[in-house]
Ligand binder design. Structure first.
Ligand SMILES: [Zn+2]
Ligand SMILES: [Zn+2]
Length: 387
């Protein structure tokens, strides 16, 4: 059996590299992945899968039905690039102003590779595989768009797995966590409303600039005084806007920031504490605050049983010494929306490449030798779960 899997993956290794490079050359950003989705659909269709496209905008699924009934496994890949101008100098570098700077071209390639191999093994499968290609991960909106478009009702799944190429991990290793992998990622807006007036007559106004300054500096006490010392929380204000002239007190100031946490409880605590602190601080300074949660994703927290199963599967591919828990990372990923609803596991595939920069950098690249490894983990997991 192992030989049959390895032979099938070896046979498509050349096409996988070619596919990855052609996807890499033509990246599309969140919710604009029209050509990407069309390419995925045509690859899946020619591999014999049933395809359903335009789910949640540019999302799609490809289905493999085994010859016998059984449970359903979701294999998820995200498909969007970033608005980054590529500087790798690769011969297949993007020239359209966007870039696959996170490795999602690799995710698509690995999932399609697994679909091609498993499509030829339906006689060994009891159950169904849903290959789910999700748009707009980089703005953590694509998973919810597909869920809101009923993808989980139309294709109920019993388990969900996915991977992220991870350059900080050495090639030939896989990180599988039994709990948190990635943090929650939320954007918030705090609008501070005072009463505008003459800069020389502050007593007749309510100054939202002074109130906003207090809120920004006091807000870090949410992290230092309210988040327990053994828990992680990040609060960063990346934007603050207000005012038009040095001698005019404006009516309002708008502050926007990002919140990260490793657990749903701490995520909620930071939101609530920040809202309370901002409102009360503004009130103390004769102003008012409107607090908005703009968008976000929960932390990516694996189901421990599914994680154990993936770790054992990965050990069968690259050896138990090369599989293990990794430190959680404070980036976000809306794979969380799927594995909050379906028991699942998101694992990190070592993809480091000499000379390449890290994810989201204009000089990012990964070692294509990771592609067959990821494919083999998906194939073995599917064959095992649907045996
Ligand atoms: Zn990314
Ligand atoms: Zn990514």
């Amino acid at each position: 059996m192992a030989d049959a899997i390895n032979a099938a993956i070896d046979a498509i290794q050349g096409e996988m590299v070619a596919l990855r490079r052609s996807l890499h050359a033509a990246p599309e950003i969140a919710f604009q992945e029209h050509e990407t989705a069309a390419r995925i659909a045509s690859e899946l269709t020619s591999a014999g899968l049933d395809v359903n496209a335009e789910i949640g905008g540019t999302g799609l699924v490809g289905i493999i039905e085994g010859d016998r009934p059984g449970p359903t496994l979701m294999i998820r890949a995200d498909i969007d690039g970033l608005p980054v101008t590529e500087l790798t100098g690769l011969e297949f570098a993007s020239t359209n102003g966007n870039m696959h700077a996170c490795g999602h071209d690799g995710h698509i390639t690995i999932a399609i590779g697994a679909a091609k191999v498993l499509s030829g093994m339906r006689d060994r499968l009891a159950g169904k595989i849903v290959f789910l290609f999700q748009p707009a991960e980089e703005i953590v909106g694509g998973a919810n768009a597909m869920i809101d478009d009923s993808v989980l009702q139309d294709y109920p799944c019993d388990r969900a797995i996915g991977l992220h190429l991870w350059n900080p991990l050495p090639l030939g290793t896989i990180g599988v966590n039994r709990s948190t992998v990635f943090a929650s990622a939320d954007a918030v807006r705090i609008t501070v409303r005072g009463r505008g007036g003459h800069g020389a007559l502050p007593h007749l106004a309510a100054d939202p600039v002074a109130a906003a300054a207090q809120i920004v500096s006091a807000a870090q006490t949410v992290i230092s005084r309210e988040v327990p010392p053994n828990e992680m929380g990040v609060l960063t204000f990346g934007q603050i806007h207000g005012g038009v002239a040095p001698n005019v007190i404006p009516d309002e100031v708008v502050i926007e920031g990002t919140i990260r946490a490793y657990t749903p409880d701490i995520r909620e605590l930071i939101h609530q504490s920040l809202e309370r602190l901002a409102k009360q601080t503004a009130l103390a300074m004769k102003s008012e605050v409107t607090f908005e949660r703009l968008y976000g994703a929960p932390p990516v927290v694996n189901n421990p049983e599914v994680a154990d199963w993936i770790a054992a599967t990965a050990a069968g591919v690259i050896g138990a010494d090369n599989v293990g828990e990794v430190e959680p990372v404070s980036v976000g990923d809306d794979m969380a929306e799927f594995i909050n609803r379906v028991p699942g596991c998101y694992f990190l595939l070592g993809a480091s490449k000499d000379g390449a920069e890290n994810h989201h950098n204009a000089r990012f690249d990964f070692d294509e030798a990771c592609l067959p490894t990821g494919t083999e983990v998906f194939v073995r997991a599917a064959l095992d779960y649907l045996s």
